[in-house]
Unconditional design. Sequence first.
Length: 402
Amino acid sequence: MAPQKARSPGAITATRSGGGRSLLADPLMRWNGPLRQHQSANVVVIANATRRDRSVKDVTTIGLDLAKHVFQAFGADVDGTPLFNRKLRRAEVLRFFERLPPCLVGMEACSSAHHWAREISAFGHDVRLLPPQYVKPFVKRGKTDAADAEAIAEAVTRKTMRFVPVKTAEQQAAVMVLRTRALLVRQRTQAINALRAHMGELGIIAPTGIANVKALAPIIRDEEDTRLPPAARFALTEIINQIEMLATQIDKLEREIVIQAKQDDEMRRLATIPGVGAIIALAVKAFVPDPAGFKSARHFAAWIGLTPKAHSSGGKERLGRISKMGNPVLRSLLTTGAASVLRHVQYRDRVWPWLKNMLTRRPFKVVAVALANKIARMIWALLTRGGVYRDPIGIEVGSAAV
């Protein structure tokens, strides 16, 4: 038998369906390897290219995104060039900033921001807190911790940025007292509303006011009163006990606030303003930063949110309702104190005649907000200039205050 001719590795044979001889496939049907232009591509090497040393020691600005367990730190140098964007565990945060040279650190103002600002400032860093709504425009796309940290670092370097003053531990303690009292008041209101609703279902009602709720307690505790089924009496007794317990806790907190107000000189001076009592004086001390930072009394009232909202354009001035852009707790307390003054004014003839005239032309709540604005300006004047309040016409308003 004659030896067969060796085939090339890439050869393909084709056989007719009816049999016959095998034909060598067309060479163009074979794979001929990669294209020649890729094998002969010109490679240009830039010999003079240099890479900046991205050392942590070169950082001048840091944006720190706070969290409970995992933090995010973005660092940039003096030119704004990113140096790092890394995660930090809670136990690593202070060690990380302790090793860095003094730099500008930005954080969003949140519940734990004041604590971290005090701790990081102890290492010589310049820590600034930013309102979150002012940071959001600098987020490029998406919501991630890395993007937030970068946005904070960008926002903190803006010359026109507004910052939140760092609170001391004493200021935070005063805020806790006020918020604890507000929590207890809300819980008492909820319990009273539930008690009134349940009693109303059985045809038993009481006049409006917290003081009138006490009249329902004897009915609930009287086992001979047949208007209440035993199961209802058992449930309502728990509610009335809770109301009495909350009232005791609120009174205890308010007594502590009054004692603190008598011992503090600044709070005593603020309490001389009509409508300002121990609670408002403590709120001013807790929430208001350095009053010298405001250019005028109007700026202070606008910071609280007691000035009209402006929507002016094209030379036309449009003023609407109050902006409500400031601290809601302080604004609510000032409005409540102003309302107490108005109720006092309504029944006296020689107390602030201009206020009585305004009540004849404007609704009660509108006048209350206007008076709250005026009280806020008085507070700023006393904080910046010292002294106590003296009525310009020598008429005492009375003890109406919050």
